[in-house]
Design a protein around this ligand. Structure first.
Ligand SMILES: [Zn+2]
Length: 65
C-alpha cells in the first residue's frame, strides 16, 4: 500500500509538469520524459494519441478532436 500511495503522490506532483510538456509535444516539439529523460514518443491511433517513454514511466493517452 505504501507503494500505491507514493505513486499517487508522484502523479499529483507531476501533474503541472505534465501539462507543460504535453503542450510542447502537441506543438510538435521533442520532449524528454521528466522521470527517465528518454525521448517521449507519440503514437497516433485514430482519435487517440498515446504518449510514452521507452521505460514506461510516462504513459499518457489523450483523446483528440
Ligand atoms: Zn520515462
Amino acid at each position: 500500500m505504501n507503494d500505491f500511495k507514493a505513486l499517487n503522490q508522484r502523479q499529483k506532483d507531476g501533474f503541472a509538469q505534465q501539462q507543460r510538456w504535453l503542450k510542447q509535444v502537441l506543438a510538435g516539439k521533442l520532449v524528454n520524459c521528466p522521470s527517465c529523460q528518454q525521448t517521449i514518443s507519440a503514437d497516433r491511433q485514430g482519435e487517440l494519441l498515446h504518449l510514452h517513454c521507452c521505460k514506461g514511466c510516462t504513459d499518457v493517452v489523450l483523446t483528440l478532436g
